[in-house]
Design a protein around this ligand. Structure first.
Ligand code: COA
Ligand code: NAP
Length: 263
């Protein structure tokens, strides 16, 4: 069964910005930090999703929301500057916006491939490049949300594999560049997470879902809260020496080779 752990980390007074934090895994992460006492900012394209997320995250203290596309570097920079102006230095910066659709390379236009690479990889660069100026130094934690496709080739996922592989090496490159400033840069690699858009697209039928479950050593989907708990730990003093890590939180899926029934 899924973990029933409650937050044991105290982020009272911390400022946390989650890009792509308005639904699914990233909203689950944002909720974990809000529950641990942090002031949240979230950003994504759709204003209605931003408004709904801000309302959910504002139970204890007001959250901030920005409707933007992470492919727009100026909009990303403006949102970070605005949040910094309201709240102060950013303790935790999370880049999780992503796009995915299953398609063979020959069934994908160059613009379709580019759309995913631009959201996942260029978007993460935009978030981190603009965010650096506003991070608490020393002490900030940067987390990129990767995927098993970064290191396991998958049919119908060439765009995502290329994009997320880039995200993982970007993570480690910036861990090297920013370590001397006391900024840690890590990635979390979720396994199949229940109730998410990502798994609805990759395993849309009950048979596909069953096959995924059978391929996970723990024999279940994960919960968004379990990714959030990992991010809390990774951003806490308990993980003060963890930098440049690519952390699977996936029930052993990567270790077992990751199989999604797509060919
Ligand atoms: N198969 C092949 N090509 C596809 C496709 C599919 N299923 N879906 C979209 N495309 C193509 C489009 O045709 C377009 O190419 P074209 O201009 O040559 O026609 C290109 O991808 C961009 O599509 P568009 O809808 O303009 O892009 P967008 O920026 O509005 O949306 C996506 C980006 C396509 C990634 C969209 O699926 C999305 O917004 N996803 C976010 C949610 C998500 O994927 N969540 C799961 C995260 S793991
Ligand atoms: P999701 O709910 O669709 O989350 C994606 C988020 O990014 C949404 O808030 C979306 O909101 C936003 N977004 C998409 N394109 C954007 C853009 N161009 N600019 C700004 N924001 C954008 O999907 P999810 O399945 O929870 O995935 C979340 C993350 O986990 C992704 O990085 C994904 O690769 C990773 N992951 C997921 C799984 C899984 O099991 N689902 C497994 C491994 C890794 P808008 O539509 O409002 O823009």
């Amino acid at each position: 069964m899924a973990s029933q752990a409650t937050a044991t980390f105290d982020f009272t007074g911390a400022n946390v910005f989650v890009f792509g934090g308005t639904s699914g895994i990233n909203l689950g992460i944002a909720e974990c930090f809000a529950g641990a006492g942090a002031t949240l900012a979230v950003a994504s394209r759709k204003p209605d999703k931003v408004d709904a997320a801000v309302e959910r995250l504002s139970a204890d203290r007001p959250a901030h929301g920005y409707a933007l596309d992470v492919r727009d570097a100026d909009a990303v920079a403006a949102a970070l500057a605005d949040f910094h102006g309201h709240a102060g230095d950013i303790d935790v910066l999370i880049s999780g916006a992503a796009g995915n659709f299953p398609a063979p390379a020959t069934g994908m236009s160059p613009n379709a491939f580019k759309a995913v690479v631009d959201i996942d990889l260029l978007g993460t660069f935009n978030v981190l490049r603009a965010g650096f100026e506003y991070l608490k130094k020393p002490g900030a934690s940067v987390i990129n949300i990767s995927a098993p496709q970064a290191s396991v080739a998958m049919a119908l996922q060439s765009h995502v594999c290329a994009a997320k592989a880039g995200v993982e090496l970007l993570t480690q490159s910036l861990a090297i560049e920013w370590g001397p400033d006391g900024v840690r840069v890590n990635a979390v690699i979720p396994g199949p997470i229940d109730g998410t858009e990502g798994m609805a697209r990759l395993a849309p039928t009950e048979a596909a879902r069953r096959a995924v479950i059978d391929s996970v050593p723990l024999r279940r989907y994960g919960a968004a809260d379990e990714i959030g708990q990992a991010c809390l730990w990774l951003s806490s003093d308990a993980a003060a020496y963890v930098n440049g890590a690519l952390l699977p939180v996936d029930g052993g899926w990567l270790a077992a080779g990751v199989r999604v029934p797509m060919g």
